[in-house]
Design a protein around this ligand. Structure first.
Ligand code: NAP
Length: 332
């Protein structure tokens, strides 16, 4: 089978397409023929070995895992002897991050049956692949860390990318009044996601404004907590999703210590990418057209370098999708 392989950390040029044997599922695993994956900041961090803490967990000098890719949607091809929940032909998707393989950029993967979720028939493979990392991060940031309630005023900073486009829609789903921060060219797009107000960061300032929010979802990572504090209501929560540098991480850590037991809180979103009930929930919302998946561009597996190069422009509208098998990336 074709698979993306890299032997060292680096930019997209270290990514090569290699030939590997099709893996054999163990007793509790399912062999999935992969149809689609995506590029996430998470994959980009693993590719480069940056920021430095990534290397502490994944290999100091060179990556221990030579494979990449966390979001995955495909079809069950074979099952292990003890698998009870899936059968050949089932359409499934999941997130393979955090030690669950990180090997979705390939034609086949073996996945524990406990990690898989059935993909609704009405959701295309490419759409399903956009959901795991970005959708789960957005859902858990807004609902769990942000404790959203109907009528609360929500600011999403970085609203038009992979996580942000889900965050705006999820905040609306839970009844929030949403202000979306994006660049000029994305204003109409942000409104189309359901935003009540759109702030063009190239022309308007929202820090030190008189408008205050109950919940701030910070994906762009370009303001300090003191700045956000100035636009948070009492009892407001600022959820940090995006990170820009080690010094940004340290400042956030310091702010968390300082805001313990205070009325305005800062929390870091540590989304759980293997929470399958949340994946099922999101897939159902997409299937019932309450949330739309947004695909900026699709690349075939053999253009993986171009896909990462495109991702790194950092001005995406939704997700960058990778398709594995030419000609079979739609529902059969
Ligand atoms: N905590 C977690 O569990 C978790 C999980 C996933 C991702 N993340 C983090 O979340 C961040 C974003 O991920 P993503 O996948 O959504 O990235 P993405 O798809 O590349 O989107 C980034 C967005 O940032 C916007 N942006 C750039 N400059 C901006 C500015 N000055 N003000 C406001 N928005 C700006 C861009 O919009 P414009 O084109 O309009 O500028 C773009 O849409 C990354 O730092 C990633 O590491 C965290």
């Amino acid at each position: 089978m074709k698979a993306v392989i890299r032997e060292k950390y680096g930019n997209q040029q270290v990514l090569k397409i290699g030939e590997l044997p099709i893996p054999i599922p163990s007793d509790n695993q399912v062999l999935v023929k992969v149809h689609a994956s995506t590029v996430n900041a998470y994959d980009d961090h693993l590719l480069k070995g940056e920021p430095f803490p990534v290397r502490a967990m994944n290999g100091l000098i060179a990556p221990k895992n030579h494979r990449l890719g966390c979001d995955m949607a495909g079809v069950v091809e074979a099952i292990g002897d003890k698998v009870t929940k899936f059968k050949k032909g089932d359409e499934v998707f999941t997130c393979l991050a955090d030690g669950n393989g990180d090997d979705a950029y390939s034609e086949y993967v073996c996945v524990s049956e406990d990690l898989l979720v059935i993909k609704p028939r009405g959701v295309l493979f490419e759409e399903a692949a956009t959901i795991p990392m970005a959708g789960l991060t957005a859902l858990q940031s807004v609902r769990d860390f942000g404790k959203i309630k109907a009528g609360k005023k929500v600011l999403v900073n970085g609203a038009s990318g992979g996580v942000g486009s889900f965050a705006v829609q999820i905040a609306k789903l839970y009844g929030g009044i949403v202000s979306a921060v994006c660049s000029t060219g994305k204003k109409e797009f942000a409104y189309s996601l359901g935003a009540d107000h759109v702030i063009d960061y190239t022309k308007e300032k929202f820090i030190n404004d008189t408008v205050k929010y109950d919940l701030i979802i910070d994906i762009a990572a370009n303001h300090t907590f003191s700045e956000y504090k100035s636009i948070l209501n009492e009892q407001g929560i600022c959820v940090i999703v995006g990170f820009s540098s080690i010094s940004h991480i340290l400042k956030i850590g310091w702010s968390i210590l300082q805001t313990r037991n205070k009325e305005k809180k800062i929390v870091i979103s540590t989304a759980k990418n293997s929470r399958i009930e949340d994946l099922s929930f999101l897939a159902a919302q997409v299937n019932e057209k309450r949330i739309k998946t947004i695909i900026d561009q699709t690349f075939p597996l053999n253009e993986i370098q171009q896909a990462f190069q495109y991702f790194e422009t950092q001005h995406l509208k939704g997700k960058v999708v990778i398709t594995m098998n030419e000609g079979n990336d739609t529902d059969e």
